[in-house]
Structure formats: structure tokens, C-alpha cells
Design a protein around this ligand. Structure first.
Ligand code: UTP
Length: 309
């Protein structure tokens, strides 16, 4: 197979309603919830840029304007920090406007993740592209997206990230039916099952929010009917591509889906429990916070009555 074109663009869907995080999300995007002092979505944009994808299209909606503001300059605040001599603060607010070349498209109605990705079709054109969900991110040390881009260069088609969970947890996720390949951390995906019953899942490997999509996904999304929850699901479109003939010719048509088996650190900020865990893990690792925070946390935990532990 001729080498497929390289991936240069990242699409970040951030137009969902964030119903699991009300009332915080009544007037602000959940993607802007801070992990200590940095909005979760900044980590997502940094992840794309670290993989060389500096052309970023964010899919946004009503109530999401402050995402755009965050990645733009704030001259007034810069002037105030400059006058105070706060060099670190100044550098931090300038940095977020320089991570990537940001573009925005609106999803008028939250019709699902698949629909959000379809909103990117015009910007992306006929090129492969990455999708990074706006409410979770991968530890910068683990370089999942870079690995997925390499796998796309090798295998073509589309690539999803898979993480292994305990068998009793599969029913909350999209689960992949997998076959080994010659590469240790890469599997061929033969089917995807959305939220299977425990005991009926084809594996314990769940799809997490990182994808490299062949542009063929757009034609599939255009005809994908609303699925679970009445939403147009990206998983349904990927299942169609996974089920297409895996022969050489089919791959050139954009079919075929492979999975990268990921065993690194992923932080979910889209639900309350995982969000809290993310903030605490970061606080325990940050050199400016950990020396005071960790002893406090130890003391606090020790002070809890056995009923609360
Ligand atoms: P989620 O399902 O986690 O987001 O989608 P949500 O719908 O906002 O959350 P809840 O379930 O109501 O709490 C994952 C990502 O896809 C985006 C979301 O913004 C989130 O970053 N998304 C989801 C869209 O952009 N559009 C949609 O129609 C749905």
C-alpha cells in the first residue's frame, strides 16, 4: 500500500451539554473545569500539539464562548500582570494563546459525538485527522496520540485507543472485538459493541476518547442513524468501517479499524469522581503544591472516622 497522507489536523468535540456536571455546567462548559489552575481542555490542546497537530478545530456550541477566550490573548489581564511584575502569571496566560492554531465550528444542537465530528468535515477535507474528546486527556509522558499516528501510517484506515477494564465494568463503554496483529500493542478491530451486558462483551478492551479517522468516516457519518440515546454515535460509524472488507483495496477506500492497546495514564474530567481524582493526583505531583498538600491530605485522611474512610 502507498504511504497514506500524514495527519496534520486535530478535531476536539466540546459541544456537549455536560449533564453529569450540573449545576456547574449551567452557564459554563465542563471542558473549562480547572485541574488546579489549568482548564482540562488546555491539556487536550497541548496533547494534540505535542503530537505535531497544531491545526486544531474545536467543535463548540452555546455557552462555550469562554473556551475561545481562553485560547486567545487577554491584553487587559496581561497589562495588569505586567504592572505587578508577575512574570510567571504573564507567561502562563500568553502560553495558552500560543499552543496551536485554533479554529472553531458550531454544533447547533448536541446530536451526538458522531454529529460533532461531522461538523468538522469542511475544515478537515479529504485528509485523515485525529479526534480528541474535550473532557479527558492522556498524561503528557505517555504519548498515546504519537503512537496512534505511527500506527495509522503503518496500517492505514482508522485507529482507536483501547484500555483494559475489569470485566464487570464493560457495560458502561464501547467494547472492541479484537484480533492480534504482528505488532504487540496493535490489534485489528472486527466489531464494536456499545455498552454490552456483563458476560456478553467480546473483550475487556474499551474504546477511550482518542481516534485517528480516515476521511471515509464522513460519508459513513452522513448516513449513520441516531443510535443509543437518540444520538449519532461515532462508535456506530467506526463499526461500519471495522466491518468493511479488510483487503488491500478496501483499506485504500478508508475501511479497516485498528486499536492501540494503551496501558498508560488517562484522566477523565467529564464526571465528578474521576474529575476529583484527577485534581488530587495532579496536586500530589505538582512541585509548587505537593509539599504542603500531601502532608495535609495524609492528616485529613487519618482524621476521618472509620465510617468515612
Ligand atoms: P460526553 O457524552 O462525555 O459529553 O461526550 P456530554 O454529552 O457533554 O456529557 P454528559 O453525558 O451530558 O455529562 C464526550 C465529548 O464529546 C462532546 C462533549 O462536549 C465531550 O467533550 N460532544 C458530545 C459534542 O461535542 N457534541 C455532542 O453532541 C455530544
Amino acid at each position: 500500500m502507498a504511504h497514506p497522507p500524514p495527519v496534520t489536523k486535530a478535531v476536539i468535540p466540546a459541544a456537549g451539554l455536560g449533564t453529569r456536571f450540573v449545576p456547574a455546567t449551567k452557564a459554563m462548559p465542563k471542558e473549562m473545569l480547572p485541574v488546579i489552575d489549568t482548564p482540562a481542555i488546555q491539556y487536550v490542546v497541548e496533547e494534540a500539539a505535542a503530537a505535531g497537530l497544531t491545526n486544531v478545530l474545536m467543535v463548540t456550541a452555546r455557552n462555550k464562548a469562554n473556551i475561545e477566550d481562553h485560547f486567545d490573548r487577554n491584553i487587559e489581564l496581561e497589562e495588569v500582570l505586567e504592572a505587578k511584575g508577575d512574570e510567571d502569571g504573564l507567561a502562563s496566560i500568553r502560553a495558552s494563546s500560543e499552543i496551536a492554531s485554533m479554529h472553531y465550528v458550531r454544533q447547533g444542537q448536541p446530536l451526538g459525538l458522531g454529529h460533532a465530528v461531522l461538523c468538522a468535515a469542511q475544515h478537515v477535507g479529504n485528509e485523515p485527522f485525529a479526534v480528541l474528546l474535550g473532557d479527558d486527556f492522556i498524561d503528557a509522558r505517555d504519548k498515546l496520540l504519537q503512537r496512534m499516528l505511527e500506527v495509522r501510517q503503518q496500517y492505514g484506515g482508522s485507529i482507536v485507543a483501547l484500555m483494559e477494564v475489569e470485566p464487570e465494568l464493560v457495560s458502561a463503554y464501547g467494547v472492541a472485538s479484537i484480533k492480534p496483529t504482528d505488532t504487540e500493542d496493535v490489534v485489528a478491530i472486527t466489531d464494536l459493541v456499545e455498552k454490552p451486558q456483563v458476560g456478553e462483551a467480546p473483550s475487556n478492551w474499551i474504546v477511550v476518547g482518542r481516534y485517528v479517522c480516515d476521511p471515509a468516516i464522513f460519508d459513513v457519518l452522513r448516513v449513520t442513524k441516531p443510535g443509543r440515546g437518540g444520538e449519532i454515535q461515532l462508535t456506530d460509524a467506526l463499526r461500519t468501517l471495522a466491518r468493511t472488507d479488510r483487503s488491500e483495496g478496501a483499506r485504500q477506500d478508508g475501511g479497516g479499524v485498528h486499536g492501540v492497546l494503551f496501558r498508560g495514564r488517562r484522566y477523565d474530567t467529564g464526571n465528578k469522581l474521576d474529575y476529583l481524582q484527577t485534581v488530587i493526583r495532579f496536586a500530589c505531583e505538582r512541585p509548587d503544591i505537593a509539599p504542603e498538600f500531601v502532608p495535609w491530605l495524609r492528616g485529613y485522611l487519618a482524621s476521618l472516622s472509620p465510617d468515612n474512610r
